[in-house]
Ligand binder design. Structure first.
Ligand SMILES: Nc1ncnc2c1ncn2[C@@H]1O[C@H](COP(=O)(O)OP(=O)(O)OP(=O)(O)O)[C@@H](O)[C@H]1O
Length: 284
């Protein structure tokens, strides 16, 4: 469980990147959304213990992330966008680095690499950006850490690699793992998420389980406008809406619609009121 308690982070030469952020994030695959500069990468860095909060705290299973205890570091992996790997190849990386991760599965690594058409022996320095990214994501998933933080994992991947990545995440991640994926391209990962976290302008707008969301609101698509929608958009002559869930039926979350609704100043108050109707920010 990742617990954020009134977490604030201010860069020395910059504005506040996280302001009084609180949430509890449990096992599952969580989508992290927010506009450019919202604070997503900063949040992932704080969770990984790479940045220390200016105030408040980030607890990973009760341990302060900023202490970077070796026992905790071996349970977590952060894959940043364009992160340098200290090895010539992914296979070398697995020999010198994966030893620190007790859950590492070398067979899984080879399977992951194969689904991207890679062997792991390609020199990282000579790989294209997309292929480097593929091999790094394949490696990160095979480490099987309890906490996995992925910053824009689909960046630079071609269409078929994005599809392979989605199936890889679905098949690699088990129920006990907590995976947070920051992305601007939600459609690269359909039907993958157990929860969603939205940051905007350094503030946490929501951190909720998918089933909590669908128990409170319903996502509809119809040829006529919905009655009393919380938020709606017209896409190719169809009305896509978020309405209050009054019949208890689950619907599939349209993450783009949800994000647009929460970023819209008119719909946000009613949406948040419905979503938080028990004032519970639990996200486990
Ligand atoms: N090293 C830094 N020094 C000063 N300010 C920074 C630094 N890194 C980020 N910031 C600022 O902190 C805020 C949050 O940045 P962050 O990179 O966390 O946002 P983000 O949501 O990941 O954005 P993006 O989607 O564009 O990657 C922004 O205002 C950014 O300009």
């Amino acid at each position: 469980m990742i617990v954020l308690n009134n977490l604030t982070y201010r860069y020395r030469k910059g504005a506040e990147a996280l302001t009084d952020v609180s949430a509890s994030i449990g096992p599952g695959i969580h989508l992290l959304l927010g506009e450019n500069g919202a604070g997503k990468t900063t949040l992932l860095h704080v969770m990984a213990g790479l940045l220390y909060p200016s105030s408040g705290e980030c607890l990973i299973d009760g341990e302060d992330a900023s202490r970077r205890l070796p026992s905790e570091l071996s349970r977590m992996f952060f894959l940043g966008d364009n992160m340098p790997f200290p090895a010539k190849t992914i296979n070398e990386m697995s020999r010198i680095h994966a030893v620190f991760y007790p859950g590492f599965d070398p067979v899984q690594l080879q399977e992951n690499l194969k689904s991207f058409g890679l062997t792991g022996d390609e020199p990282i320095a000579k790989m294209s950006l997309g292929n480097r990214h593929k091999s790094q994501v394949a490696y990160a998933l095979a480490l099987r850490t309890d906490i996995l933080l992925l910053d824009e994992p689909a960046n630079g991947l071609d269409i078929s690699a994005k599809q392979a990545l989605q199936s890889m995440i679905a098949s690699n991640v088990n129920e006990e793992q907590t995976v947070i994926i920051s992305t601007h391209t939600v459609n690269d990962f359909t039907n993958l998420f157990d929860g969603v976290i939205v940051l905007s302008r350094s503030h946490m707008l929501m951190a909720m389980n998918a089933n909590e969301i669908t128990s409170r609101v319903t996502f509809t698509v119809s040829s006529i406008p919905a009655v009393n929608p919380i938020y709606g958009e017209t896409r190719i002559n169809m009305f896509h809406s978020i309405v209050e869930n009054t019949d208890g039926e689950d619907s599939d979350i349209d993450y783009i619609l949800l994000y647009n609704a929460i970023m819209n100043a008119s719909s946000r108050p009613r949406l948040l009121q419905l979503l938080n109707n028990n004032d519970n920010e639990q996200h486990d």
